[in-house]
Design a protein around this ligand. Structure first.
Ligand SMILES: Nc1nc2c(c(=O)[nH]1)N(C=O)[C@@H](CNc1ccc(C(=O)N[C@@H](CCC(=O)O)C(=O)O)cc1)CN2
Ligand SMILES: Nc1ncnc2c1ncn2[C@@H]1O[C@H](COP(=O)(O)OP(=O)(O)OP(=O)(O)O)[C@@H](O)[C@H]1O
Length: 258
C-alpha cells in the first residue's frame, strides 16, 4: 500500500529518479535492474536530494499499525539470527522519521542480558573526531536528551562509551538499501566515518553490521561510494537479505553476458 503511494508520488519525479522508488515486485525479473533492463541501473550514494526525500517520505507514510507489525517481524527474525545470538554488545538506534522501530528487539535483548548501546553524536571533544558517533550504554528507562537533529540520545555523562570495535553487532538505520546490502543513510556520513577504520585495517576487530528497514526502502541498485562500508545483511519485515558471498559474485560474473 505504501509502495503504491510512492509510485504515485514518483510519477511527478524526473524519469531518472523513478525506478528506485518502484516496488521491485512490479517488474519482470529481466527488468529488475540487475541485468540492464532497468533504466536506472545503478545509483550513486551521492544521490539527488529528492530521491532521499522520497524514500524518507515513503517510510513516514506507513500507518502506525504497519510500523508495529514491521517492528515485531524484524525482532522475530533477528532473535534467531546467529549474529544476534552470538553478540553480547549490540548497538541499536532510537527510531526517527519513520525508521523501522528496533525497540521491541532492544527490550528483548536487554532482558536476555545483552549489553545495549545507542549512537551519540560526538559527546565530547575527544580524539574520536568530528562527524563520528560514539555508542553509549542504554537501558530502557534511561534519561534521554535530543541531539542536534532532535533524535533522543542517552546522556553520555557517567555512562559506558564504546567505539565500534568494541561492539559485536551494530544495527543500523537506513534510508534505502539494495539486495547486495548497500546502504543509503540520512546523508551525514556518521556511520561511514565511524566505521572507516575497517577499510584500512581489515584484520581489525569488526562488528557485524545489519541494516534494518521497511521493505518499501528497497531500491533497484546502489553503486557504492568509495567510503561506503558494506553491510553483512539487511532485515526487513519480509526477509533477511544477506550480503552475497565472494563465491556468489564469481558465479554471477561467469554467467553474466559479456
Ligand atoms: N535514528 C537514527 N539515529 C541516528 C542516525 C540515523 O540515521 N537514525 N544517524 C545516522 O547517521 C546519526 C544522525 N544522523 C542524521 C543525519 C541527518 C539527519 C537529518 O534529519 N538531516 C536533515 C537536515 C538537518 C540539518 O541540516 O540540520 C535532513 O536531511 O532533512 C538526521 C540524523 C546518528 N543517529
Ligand atoms: N570515511 C569518511 N571520511 C570522510 N568523509 C566521509 C566518510 N564517509 C562519508 N563521508 C562524507 O559524508 C558525506 C555523506 O556520506 P553518505 O551520503 O554516504 O552518508 P550516509 O551513509 O547516507 O549517512 P549516515 O551514515 O549518517 O546515515 C559524504 O559527502 C562524504 O564526503
Amino acid at each position: 500500500m505504501a509502495v503504491a503511494h510512492v509510485r504515485h508520488r514518483a510519477e511527478s519525479l524526473k524519469p531518472s529518479q523513478l525506478s528506485p522508488l518502484e516496488p521491485l515486485g512490479s517488474r519482470t525479473k529481466a527488468d529488475n535492474g540487475v541485468n540492464g533492463g532497468c533504466p536506472f541501473r545503478s545509483m550513486p550514494l551521492n544521490l539527488p536530494p529528492q530521491t532521499r526525500r522520497e524514500l524518507r517520505a515513503a517510510r513516514r507514510r506507513l500507518q502506525p499499525r504497519q510500523h508495529r507489525r514491521h517492528a515485531a517481524s524484524v525482532a522475530k527474525q533477528l532473535k534467531h539470527h546467529r549474529f544476534f545470538l552470538r553478540a553480547r554488545r549490540i548497538a541499536f538506534y532510537w527510531p526517527t522519521d519513520g525508521e523501522l522501530d528496533p525497540r521491541p528487539l532492544l527490550r528483548y535483548a536487554n532482558q536476555r542480558g545483552k549489553v545495549c548501546y545507542l549512537p551519540v553524536l560526538r559527546p565530547r571533544n575527544t580524539c574520536w573526531g568530528r562527524g563520528k558517533i560514539w555508542f553509549v550504554r542504554f537501558r530502557p528507562g534511561d534519561r534521554m536528551r535530543p541531539n542536534r537533529f532532535g533524535i533522543p540520545e542517552p546522556t553520555a555523562r557517567g555512562r559506558q562509551l564504546k567505539l565500534p570495535w568494541n561492539l559485536a553487532l551494530v544495527l543500523m538505520p537506513l534510508v534505502g538499501f539494495d539486495t547486495d546490502c548497500h546502504r543509503i543513510g540520512m546523508g551525514g556520513g556518521f556511520y561511514d566515518r565511524s566505521l572507516a577504520y575497517l577499510r584500512e585495517r581489515r584484520s581489525w576487530r569488526r562488528p557485524r553490521l545489519i541494516g534494518i528497514a521497511h521493505e518499501c526502502q528497497r531500491v533497484a541498485r546502489i553503486e557504492p561510494s568509495p567510503w561506503d562500508i558494506p553491510l553483512d545483511a539487511v532485515v526487513t519485515e519480509r526477509q533477511v537479505y544477506a550480503k552475497p558471498s565472494a563465491g556468489d559474485r564469481l558465479v554471477q560474473s561467469r554467467i553474466a553476458p559479456s
